[in-house]
Design a protein around this ligand. Structure first.
Ligand code: SF4
Length: 271
């Protein structure tokens, strides 16, 4: 079986710290926001806050039915390509990657060819060996690239299997399990992390820890978890940006702890 050129290093690459760049200010605990915030609400109140936010965002952005947006291996590899990359760059990188052939051909290709194919995604030199190593690990463990066995596992078993793949972290694993297999997990991306922190649903913590904290507050209801994830992403892109949140236009304003303290001068969610 061919080995991925350069794949030996890719196993050292965790999901966030993989790209050998400075910490992402969008996902770090916000030092500009007082540590006194987000500590006063009891868990039932924070759970209710999240459900209130879910209802408000549904009113603003609409219902979002849960259905897979792409087949599982596409979702897995595209999620790796999406890190620090906009949607257009992710899609262009994926499309050109697939011109190299099937997954076996991508494993066997020179790593520099893979990096060139995905150059519209940021950090292609780091992502290329990681993608090859991930594909190789799936093939080694399953004998093919069919991930539908994940539907037969518990969410914990699925997360454990996926996060054992080279460089696949909790966010990627959660996205795949929720989007493709309707498992009750909650992916926390930069938008989900930032907004739930500002609202006061979670105390100051990193993105990884927020997965567990938020899931503990939310009902194990995959359609709700999916819709809330998507609508928080939309709200983060359109209103609650990390640098200059448009609080005056925000339907969550009266729910938001940070707005209560800072009013229209909410600080940037960054160093
Ligand atoms: S009020 Fe401002 S900081 Fe709070 S969620 Fe809305 S946009 Fe974000």
């Amino acid at each position: 079986m061919p080995r991925a050129a350069g794949a030996g290093n890719a196993g050292l690459i965790p999901e966030r710290a993989d790209l050998n760049v400075s910490p992402d200010p969008n996902t770090s605990p916000d030092p500009n926001i007082s540590s006194d915030l987000n500590t006063s609400r009891a868990a039932p109140e924070r759970a209710e806050l999240l459900l209130n936010a879910h209802r408000r965002l549904r009113g603003e952005y609409g219902e979002v039915p849960l259905s897979p947006r792409r087949e599982p291996m596409h979702e897995l590899i595209s999620t790796i390509l999406s890190q620090r990359t906009n949607a257009q760059g992710e899609d262009e990188a994926y499309q050109e990657l697939r011109t190299l052939g099937d997954w076996d051909a991508i494993i066997a290709a020179p790593t520099q060819d893979v990096a060139h194919a995905i150059r519209r995604s940021n950090y292609p030199d780091q992502k290329a060996p990681r993608i090859q190593a991930t594909l190789q690990a799936v093939k080694d463990q399953r004998g093919n690239y069919d991930l539908d066995f994940l539907a037969t596992l518990t969410p914990q078993e699925g997360l454990k299997w996926l996060t054992a793949l080279p460089g696949v972290g909790l966010k990627t694993a959660s996205l795949l399990l929720l989007f493709n297999y309707a498992q009750p997990v909650f992916p926390v991306d930069t938008h989900v992390h930032r907004i739930t922190s500002r609202l006061g649903a979670i105390p100051k913590m990193g993105e990884q820890a927020a997965h567990k904290a938020l899931l503990a507050l939310l009902p194990p209801d995959p359609p709700l978890l999916y819709e809330l994830h998507i609508n928080l992403l939309r709200h983060g892109q359109r209103v609650c940006s990390f640098g200059h949140p448009k609080c005056g236009q925000c339907v969550l304003q009266d729910l938001c702890d940070v707005f209560k303290v800072y009013g229209g001068e909410v600080p940037a969610f960054k160093d």
